[in-house]
Design a protein. Structure first.
Length: 119
């Protein structure tokens, strides 16, 4: 399978990300691993992946337990979509991980076995 077919938003210090990487390797799936904390996706890319995930609310792909989430008051219902997307660009630690993207579909690999839905 071509590397371009599967992309993983990846944090090497995350056990779920490593589990997803290992699961893909076990299945012989080559993937591009984007270290999204260093190579932050653009707002447009975040919106695209949000759509691929089938989510309307950006919070569905956010790490709401992160300290910065609370510090920025992102849990407040008055915080709109634009603010949430901007926060993910400014603080990529807020993006849930791993996100596995394949073609026109994506899945959050929590647990890593969820990515099997794409294979």
């Amino acid at each position: 399978m071509a590397t371009d077919d599967t992309t993983v938003w990846f944090n090497p210090s995350c056990s779920k990300c490593r589990g997803a990487r290992d699961l893909l390797a076990e299945r012989g799936v080559e993937a591009s691993f984007v270290r999204y904390l260093e190579d932050t996706p653009s707002r447009e890319e975040i919106e695209r992946v949000l759509g691929l995930l089938g989510f309307d609310d950006p919070r569905q792909m956010m790490r709401t337990g992160e300290t910065v989430y609370g510090e920025l008051g992102l849990g407040d219902e008055s915080v709109g979509r634009d603010q949430l997307l901007d926060a993910m660009v400014a603080h990529p630690i807020l993006i849930e991980r791993p996100i596995v993207i394949r073609g026109d579909q994506a899945v959050i690999g929590r647990p890593p076995e969820r990515l099997l839905d794409l294979l």
